[in-house]
Design a protein around this ligand. Structure first.
Ligand code: HXC
Length: 508
């Protein structure tokens, strides 16, 4: 008996060694943790239960039959984050560069299948040289098996990718189909074709970091959601982040006790809106003053800053927050902002997370570039997302809600459940000056000024919309948290279904 137990221990120790000391040292020298060290940081202490530790590849080409490392370059299993179950895979760059073999893929698929069956999130730690070159097409098949499961799991269990090393070629499409991507600065990159191929094909010279590093993908391409300084920061953020997400689309949002009173008043919000309509203010202030203990997890904070999206809690329960940001492009909706918010709204709706929207939007961004790049189609994404969402939707208009953008931003007409406005709200077809210049074209400067003042008096307020029931109530800014909390309480039992369909046809 003791010898069989020793044999097990010996085999386990061999698997835990991964690619061996030299390669582990090389991994550390790049500032990266190993696959197992990463899981130690991500998961609650002692909670990791490994599966498939002894899986080996089945390749006999290129002398591979003599190069067997138990586990085959990926550590898989389950564990808990703050006591909540998650399934994980962590690619081990020290074993064949974390490259994906048929068996490596089968291990990932196994935990994805389990996660789907039991309704728990999947977190992938990606650090891989891509397809296992020695295996050829078997490896491509393995990728496609993972892709298929990413798609089937989408909208059923949350999927988070942490890209913590290379992720190139077709391999990028697995993270791309998960809900959120976190990257690590300077040590991770994602691209379909690397700098050498780019140079050959287009003659552009670009570094790995510029082509597909964390900064590029969180500022320019928006492929990734958040960038972190190092592995530990990314993994700890992932722990925090998972605390906001439901386990699946069947469980509803997580709930935890909050010491923050639901009726906390914030008198400072009464003076948040500056005296002049053209003066910006930071919408983050409203967001953080409304959510529990000011804790807000922002998604894509460095991309499309004219809209803010992220998670917070009210009375200990997760809400998705969407807010126009007047300090960037005056809070206009452009292509990037529409896409960013639409994807977020759809995630919230898929996972039954109520949506709170703060509106201060002067309209869609004008411009040839916007039109030629398809603001019509991309703007429609956000409109579509809000309109199809059946989760509780609470909207607060703080200042401008003009034109089509008024409709888009979770208006009453798109089945907003509770639509509030601050007394400073201006809900109109457009700004006073623009409106008057059209209706009274060619009139004298004095008359234009007079008519503008008249238009502002009559329409730059929330009461016209309120008189029609488009706004349910004009509320005091200082009581926004109380109103939102009471609204969410009321809406907990909300039931609303869209007509049966195979799936919709959102303008992609
Ligand atoms: C097998 C691989 C591998 C791979 C790396 N290794 N990539 N083994 N298949 N794809 C092995 C190396 O042989 C080496 O083994 C170890 O991993 C570390 O690799 P290094 O090159 O020493 O590391 P580094 O200098 O950090 O460079 C990392 C890298 C480079 C940039 C990822 O390894 C690289 O370019 N690899 C090939 C990438 C690639 O072309 N992949 C296939 C793409 S096609 P030893 O024994 O020396 O430690 C693809 C299609 C997917 O992925 C399609 C899905 C639909």
């Amino acid at each position: 008996m003791s010898s069989t137990i020793e044999e097990l221990e010996r085999r386990r120790a061999a698997a835990r060694e991964g690619g061996g000391e030299r390669r582990v040292a090389a991994q550390h020298a790049k500032g990266k943790l190993t696959a197992r060290e990463r899981l130690d940081v991500l998961l609650d202490e002692g909670s990791f239960e490994e599966l498939d530790m002894f899986v080996e590849h089945n390749c006999t080409d290129f002398g591979m039959e003599t190069q067997i490392v138990p586990g085959d370059g990926v550590v898989t299993g389950s564990g808990t984050i703050n006591g909540r179950l998650v399934f994980v895979f962590s690619q081990d760059f020290t074993v064949f560069g974390g490259s994906l073999s048929e068996r490596h893929a089968a291990k990932i698929c196994k935990i994805m299948d389990m996660a789907l069956k039991v309704g728990a999130p999947v977190i992938g730690l990606n650090d891989s040289g891509g397809a296992r070159i020695q295996e050829g097409v078997a490896s491509l098949g393995g990728y496609a098996e993972v892709f298929q499961r990413n798609v089937l799991a989408s909208g059923v269990v949350p999927q988070l990718s942490l890209v913590m090393g290379p992720c190139a070629g077709g391999a990028v499409y697995s993270p791309a189909m998960t809900d959120f991507i976190f990257m690590v600065k300077d040590s991770s990159y994602m691209f379909v074709t690397g700098p050498d191929v780019v140079k050959t094909v287009t003659n552009e010279v670009v570094s790995q970091e510029d082509l597909g590093g964390a900064v590029t993908h969180t500022t320019k391409s928006s492929v990734a959601d958040c960038a972190f300084e190092n592995d530990i920061e990314a993994l700890l953020a992932a722990r925090d982040f998972m605390g906001f997400l439901p386990a699946s689309n069947r469980t509803g949002v997580p709930e935890r006790p909050s010491p923050d009173p639901f009726d906390r008043l914030e008198p400072s919000l009464d003076t948040l809106i500056p005296p002049s309509a053209n003066q910006p203010y930071d919408m983050h202030e409203l967001v953080t003053k409304v959510v529990d203990e000011g804790e807000f997890f922002e998604i894509q904070p460095s991309h499309a800053g004219n809209i803010i999206v992220g998670f917070g809690r009210i009375e200990g329960r997760t809400v998705g927050l969407v807010a126009n940001q007047p300090t960037v492009l005056a809070g206009c909706l452009d292509i990037a902002a529409s896409k960013k918010a639409a994807r977020f709204v759809r995630f919230c709706d898929a996972f039954e997370i109520p949506i709170v929207t703060f509106v201060d939007v002067p309209g869609f961004l004008p411009g040839v570039a916007q039109e030629h790049n398809g603001i019509i189609k991309h703007g429609a994404k956000l409109l579509f997302a809000y309109a199809e969402a059946t989760v509780p939707k609470i909207t607060v208009i703080t200042r401008k809600a003009y034109g089509g953008a008024y409709d888009v931003m979770a208006s009453k007409h798109l089945r907003g459940d509770l639509n509030y406005a601050w007394p400073t709200a201006e809900i109109a077809v457009m700004g006073a000056k623009g409106a008057v210049e059209i209706i009274f074209r060619g009139r004298s400067a004095e008359e234009i000024a007079e008519r503008t003042a008249e238009y502002e008096r009559r329409f730059a307020n929330p009461f016209v919309a309120a008189s029609k029931g488009f706004v349910d109530e004009v509320i005091m800014p200082h009581s926004t948290r109380r109103r939102v909390a009471l609204g969410l309480r009321k809406l907990r039992g909300k039931q609303l279904q869209n007509p049966w369909k195979k799936h919709d046809n959102i303008p992609l």
